[in-house]
Design a protein around this ligand. Sequence first.
Ligand code: F6P
Length: 319
Amino acid sequence: MIRRIAVLTSGGDAPGMNAALRTCIRAGLYNGKEMYVIYDGYKGLVKGNIHQVNKDFTADIINRGGTIIRSARLPEFKEPEVVKQAVQRLQDYEIDALIGIGGDGTYRGLLDLAKAGFPVVGIPGTIDNDVASTDETIGFATALNTICECVDKIKDTSGSHQRCSIIEVMGRHCGDLAMYSGLAEGAEAVISSDHPLKEDSLFRKLRKMKAQNKSHAILIVSENLIDINELAKRIEAETGFDTRTEVLGRLQRGGTPVAHDRILASRMGTKAISLLLEGNHNQVVCLRNNEIIGVPIEEALSMKREPKENLIKMIDMLQ
Ligand code: F6P
């Protein structure tokens, strides 16, 4: 029987992590469980930075960005000795189950704990939307809105100077932030792993726009793909468009979560608790066709992200 449940956040922080944490704590307490938080992700777990919390701990956090229990990356967590220490810490506090909020890296840590015999559940929280097992991750919608707010502002100045602006967005190796923000902004081009750069057609298009005296051109590019400063030089040389680059960086991870992320976090957090209470351990929470379901962690981690063909077609049609 599960009596004590702990929650941690790990990997890059994402808006809505606090809303998910709040939900887990409140749903756990509602079901008569003792709730604990672990500060600083797996690093804090190994160190034993573990504290019991009550409902007051969750006051006024549903709308807060970041994660109040902080996050950390701990690559050594895969080492069996480190996993053993983590299990020992959890046992020291007589904790019966752990909920980890984060991306695939967090899930791999949970899987190691599960293999060591400790019950776990994962909740997807990352701005990257790169967790293959779920249609959406907590934080993606907010980051997308933040990108759109920034691009709207860049458009104003880009238009005033008749410039081409290349904007690099996050996503690690996943192009969703670039693709969806490109769609929402009506960008002239989107460059992502699923939608690679086609230089010739891009230059042709920009030359035509320049000839038509268009006010500006917006290109949205996923990080870790190309050197945007090199591309800017090539655009200037090939098309005559005065070109500037912007890297939006970590501001995409901050800010108040939008209502969509708060609701997704609430739905996923309650599911995490019910999975544990029903004895469905070692699963991750997923959104599939607007249903919240549990999927075994190992299965979730073996899934590969498929390119979103309909989205790619739509972008090609509209840009
Ligand atoms: O996973 C979230 C994310 O913001 C990625 O988009 C980005 O590549 C990475 O984290 C940056 O991590 P850090 O802030 O640790 O450099």
